[in-house]
Design a protein around this ligand. Structure first.
Ligand code: ADP
Ligand code: MG
Length: 363
């Protein structure tokens, strides 16, 4: 029998990194979330060749202080979480300190950063594939941080080939994710552009800062998207079904679903089903079960169309778990079935209560 021995550190790093950064979407999601965590009010996402050549995310956030240059891209180094208990009250998108170290292992990655007191002077940081700081030098930079990822998956040939083959679809998925961040982030302006091989730059969309989610939706999808869109503010209390429920008698039961949804009686046009965005406490996530409820209730009034849905589920940070998959895309909702039942009821009530005209203020 072959001897059992520990994997080399380098190998472990590459294996783990490939689970954190699984595709183009993970890159963009991690970088944009970092910018939001850094309190940016302006975030620019720039693709070259749909992201195949490079992805750059520039923000005007707090920047990185020089004492953190050495550790910023080391695995499990984070400024956001210090103990497991903090996870249940997490206010930031990031918490595992894995994204930057993974990007070092999977691409040509560099950072330019400047704190408020340093701009217009900034520092460019280069890293080894392990995440160790390789060198720094002074460059011009406004306050904030730019992170650049070039030649993603260059050292994972199979994944690189897959990426090249499916780049149109991947890029489409990335835009879907960015649309969700742009619509929910009322505090930040988010702009997205893409430069193709012939050097033509196209702005894909741009929001402004300090706008409502409705204004963001209009900026991202065009003003027409607001036609027939009803604002919703559903409130209910979860009634725990099991005696061993984590919910105590008095707390953590309130759920609020805030957002916008198409009125079923609105006759014009057809909303593509992919214009459905779901969030938990402003964190964009895929919630297939929640989506199913929206679609089912809507279909019981209107079988020929799919609704536009923008729904942010606000609930106690103890009532869900984001630490389910390495890419943090899956969210585990405790008491999910109860929540879905209550949501179905509230949504039905909302649709029942709508009369046939859309008030001016909703247009
Ligand atoms: P995490 O977000 O889980 O902490 P990351 O690997 O994504 O881990 O980032 C590591 C650390 O780098 C963060 O904790 C943060 O302190 C810093 N950082 C990352 N991106 C930015 C940014 N855009 N602006 C300021 N600091 C950043
Ligand atoms: Mg992060």
């Amino acid at each position: 029998m072959a001897t059992i021995k520990a994997l080399e550190g380098r190998t472990v790093h590459q294996i783990q990194s490939g689970q954190v950064i699984v595709d183009l979407c993970s890159v963009v999601k991690e970088l944009v979330e970092n910018s939001l965590d850094a309190q940016a009010t302006s975030i620019e996402v720039r693709f070259k060749n749909n992201g195949l050549d490079s992805i750059e995310v520039q923000d005007n956030g707090v920047g990185i202080s020089s004492e953190n240059y050495e550790t910023i891209a080391l695995k499990h180094y984070t400024s956001k979480l210090s103990s497991y208990d903090d996870l249940s009250s997490l206010q930031t998108f990031g918490f595992r300190g894995e994204a930057l170290s993974s990007l070092c292992a999977l691409s040509k990655f560099y950072v330019i950063t400047a704190r408020a007191d340093e701009a217009p002077k900034g520092t460019k940081l280069d890293f080894e594939t392990s995440g160790k700081l390789k060198g720094t030098h002074v460059v011009a930079s406004q306050r904030g941080t730019t992170m650049a990822v070039e030649d993603l998956f260059m050292n994972l040939p199979v994944r690189r080939r897959e990426l090249e083959k499916n780049i149109k679809r991947e890029y489409g998925k990335v835009l879907g994710i960015l649309q969700a961040y742009a619509c929910i982030s009322t505090q930040a302006r988010i702009s997205v552009s893409n430069v193709m091989a012939r050097g033509k730059k196209a702005t894909v969309f741009a929001t402004k800062s300090n706008q409502s989610t409705r204004e963001n939706i209009a900026n991202v999808f065009g003003a027409k998207a607001l036609n027939g869109l009803v604002s919703m503010d559903l409130n209910f209390e979860l009634q725990p079904t099991k005696t061993y429920s984590h919910l105590s008698e008095t707390e953590n039961k309130r759920v609020r679903v805030l957002g916008h949804v198409s009125r079923p009686t609105f006759g014009e046009g057809r909303h593509a089903p992919d214009r459905q965005m779901f969030f938990v406490n402003k964190r964009p996530c895929g919630l297939p079960q929640v989506a199913k409820v929206f679609n089912e209730v809507y279909k019981s009034y209107n079988i020929s169309q799919s609704p536009f849905v923008f729904a942010d589920i606000l609930l106690d940070t103890n009532a869900y778990d984001v630490n389910v998959s390495p890419d943090k895309r899956t969210i585990l909702l405790h008491e999910q079935n109860t929540l879905l039942d209550m949501l179905r009821g509230s949504l039905t009530e909302l649709f029942e209560s709508e009369d046939q005209t859309v008030p001016q203020s909703w247009k």
